[in-house]
Design a protein around this ligand. Structure first.
Ligand code: UDP
Ligand code: GLC
Length: 384
């Protein structure tokens, strides 16, 4: 499967949710290559999947550049960005299709496509909304997409709507929901807690990289009103959010939460940790483009409390497959946590429904078939 020669482009060497999707997409595509702006764990994982790897000579550190970074500091970067464009254009020439897996990768791949014309897929894992991007960035992304992208794959209707609202052409969009699978885990929550060294009392967990918009601080705030409840914070700052990570740790000390909140850092055993908690909290304060952890919790049979924005209300079917709370509202979140913890048996029906829904709508097979079809069509169109 996957004989097409695809050049996959990503700006980061770290493995966030978008890169976990990429790792599924590239499996079995041994005629393909990956172009990364920088080295890192993603590079190693791509080589393990037998892709030819190209690492930019100029891209190191760009993944830490955020929307609130000072643009003046970026001025000397312009030459580097031009050099990366040239590298992508050169690499594109020996491939049939270019597949940009991040916003920064797309911008440079779109410019490169002017010099090396290849069908260009943008797998857009972001919500192009004012909460996430400044006006200039939104305009540039959409202008480049409309001019250069052959297809824009998005993981949710929410991401599609934001793209169109920002001026993106509706006809470019292909909605392909993310697909997830979890390894079977027969142990009970109590057994898992014991093996993981976690406390046995009421326990909630949050499983996202540490970033202000992911809203871990709102969960910590909610915990101040729930003195019996422990919490694991799983994940680390992957994309330049170290100051926020430090603030969270400071907040735990300042609010007297240190004996109840444990920071576990970035982990490779999320499915186990997830099955060990009583509730998975997804507190993003800005609209979530998809949210893999929502589906992971549904598959693990763990109650979900998520903020009612972005793709979450769709994934949780308006609250039938989980509990929805307003974003950035610690009181409402505390109330929802207390309510879920106080009546676990009454959630059995919701959990069974959530698991069926996750398996039916968010399977890896469906995702790979849909993306494979997009790639094949573009390759065939280019060859014709
Ligand atoms: N994840 C992980 N280790 C961690 C924290 C998160 O492997 O310590 C995984 C998590 O299980 C999920 C992904 O990272 O599969 C995050 O994807 P999501 O779509 O939830 O959010 P993103 O970080 O991509 O915005
Ligand atoms: C991004 C989004 C997340 C999504 C992931 C995979 O990182 O923030 O919501 O699940 O990509 O599409």
């Amino acid at each position: 499967m996957g004989s097409e020669r695809v050049l996959f482009v990503d700006h980061t060497g770290q493995i966030g949710g978008a890169e976990l999707i990429l790792l599924d997409v590239v499996a079995g595509r041994e005629n393909s290559s990956a172009f990364l702006f920088e080295d890192g764990p993603l590079a190693k994982a791509l080589v393990e999947r037998k892709l030819k790897l190209i690492i930019s000579k100029w891209g190191s550190g760009l993944s830490q550049f955020r929307r609130d970074s000072k643009w003046l500091a970026a001025a000397p970067l312009v030459g580097r960005l031009a050099a990366i464009v040239e590298e992508i254009a050169l690499a594109s020439r020996s491939h049939d299709v270019v597949y940009a897996n991040s916003q920064k990768a797309f911008v440079l791949a779109a410019i490169a496509s002017v010099f090396a014309r290849r069908p260009l897929i943008w797998h857009l894992h972001d919500i192009i909304s004012p909460e996430h991007f400044g006006a200039m960035q939104r305009r540039m992304q959409v202008m480049l997409a409309n001019a250069r992208a052959t297809k824009v794959i998005v993981p949710s209707q929410a991401a599609a709507s934001a793209f169109i609202a920002a001026g993106g052409k509706r006809g470019l969009i292909e909605i392909v929901p993310n697909g997830l699978a979890l390894p079977p885990e027969p142990r009970t929550a109590a057994e898992l807690r014991q093996s993981l060294g976690l406390p046995q009392g009421p326990l909630v967990g949050v499983f996202s990289r540490l970033a202000a918009w992911k809203g871990q601080h709102v969960l910590l705030e909610a915990l101040t009103g729930l003195p019996e409840v422990g919490c694991i914070v799983v994940g680390d700052a992957l994309f330049g959010e170290q100051a926020y990570a430090a603030e969270l740790k400071q907040m735990v000390l300042a609010r007297g939460l240190a004996d109840r909140v444990r920071f576990l850092g970035h982990r490779g055993d999320v499915p186990k940790l997830m099955k060990a908690v009583d509730v998975m909290v997804h507190p993003s304060i800005d609209p979530e483009p998809f949210g893999r952890t929502l589906v992971e919790a549904m598959l693990a049979g763990v109650p979900v409390i998520a903020t009612n924005a972005g793709a979450a209300p769709d994934i949780l079917e308006g609250g039938r497959a989980g509990t929805l709370v307003p974003p950035n509202d610690a009181k409402a979140l505390a109330h929802a946590i207390a309510s879920v913890l106080s009546r676990p048996e009454s959630l059995d029906g919701q959990l069974a429904y959530a698991s069926l829904r996750a398996k039916a709508r968010y399977s890896v097979t469906q995702m790979l078939e849909a993306i494979g079809l997009v790639i094949r069509k573009l390759q065939a169109g280019a060859a014709a």
